[in-house]
Design a binder for this molecule. Sequence first.
Ligand SMILES: Nc1ncnc2c1ncn2[C@@H]1O[C@H](COP(=O)(O)OP(=O)(O)O)[C@@H](O)[C@H]1O
Ligand SMILES: CC(=O)OP(=O)(O)O
Ligand SMILES: [Mg+2]
Length: 421
Amino acid sequence: MTSTPNREGAVPVTAAHRILVLNSGSSSVKYQLLDMRDSSRLAVGLVERIGEETSRLVHSPLTGDGDGGGEGSGKRERTGPIADHEAALKAVADELTRDRLGLDSPELAAIGHRVVHGGLKFSAPTVITDEVLTEIERLVPVAPLHNPANITGIRTAQALRPDLPQVAVFDTAFHTTMPESAARYAIDIETADAHRIRRYGFHGTSHAFVSRETAKLLGKDPSEVNVIVLHLGNGASASAVRGGECVDTSMGLTPLEGLVMGTRSGDIDPAVTFHLKRVAGMSTDEIDVLLNKKSGLVGLCGDNDMREIRRRIDEGDQRALLAFEIYIHRLKKYIGAYYAVLGRVDAVVFTAGVGENAAPVRAAAIAGLEELGLAVDADLNAVRTDSARLISPEYARVAVAVVPTDEELEIARQTYALVNA
Ligand SMILES: Nc1ncnc2c1ncn2[C@@H]1O[C@H](COP(=O)(O)OP(=O)(O)O)[C@@H](O)[C@H]1O
Ligand SMILES: CC(=O)OP(=O)(O)O
Ligand SMILES: [Mg+2]
């Protein structure tokens, strides 16, 4: 860590060591301000339901002065319309300023942005220039729910601190190691290349972080372990990670392919789209909305929150049960597929909102896979904690684990490393 003497030359003033991370989603912004000297969080927050009347901002300063420093102790909440991502980020900036953690702080070294689609160009964190921003814009058609929000986040942050480096950390970056056999679709190769149609994969920052943390949990080096990571949030994806490198992942050209998600269908026969067009008379845009926003769990049973689905199942709701069973069936297929891709598996790992919290999802996904060396211990699975843990019984050949993801910490680390390079 570099430090410079202050004007009096007495107490050393540490150089900029804070990173603000912005994770702008289609209707939300998650953010964290971190002190990279010890990776501690100074503030965390979330703005959700952006664009609706009932927008909500939850901000937690974690500075520790007199409030115990725990999340929630100094927590502030406000509800009321926040029109767009620009207004959301300005509200976030105001909250940080109130805690004297403002964006004007000389301690702020950079702002790190989650950018969902980086195409093939970006396989590493990148300082955002006009050219980089143009490229992120070019990729909007293949990440229509995500890249526009990321771009607004970047533009607003640039306007607030034009002097600071803004760094993009791409969801697709971790997957650029996929072999062509996994990354290519079996379609006419010239057409594919002309339109850059291939499987890019997403949630890479999470898959990278979680696979590394899993190696740590097993007491091994990432290069020694093969891991199947199941990132189950609202968007959901699986990946096969061999010795620290991604060799396959379930999302493709866009974040629509693969697992059943909150509102997205995941894998379907592409001919369903021709059928919807020719027979049901739907437009391309209508089909896009159907598959991205009105499918998955919400399409099957009207709810996309796994807590609500479990509650309905407990009350005997058959639609909710069917949705759950379809979700689990697809998940199990991917575990089997990636087992075959990897040949040897050291761990199957659950992460993100559903993966970290929904014990019934974990139990059901692993049930019946004993022949593959996989099992879940019911008591361990029921434990509620925020730390990484094994949930497989001691006798199991393959570890099953819950490892909380922290995309914001990973983005902060990559951003800080880049601006200090
Ligand atoms: N206690 C819980 N039990 C079951 N599911 C949960 C629980 N807490 C959160 N979830 C699920 O996690 C999802 C959100 O996951 P998250 O990783 O935050 O998603 P995203 O980053 O895509 O917004 C919610 O839709 C909800 O279904
Ligand atoms: C890429 C993707 O699906 O992201 P999220 O889960 O944040 O929607
Ligand atoms: Mg997420």
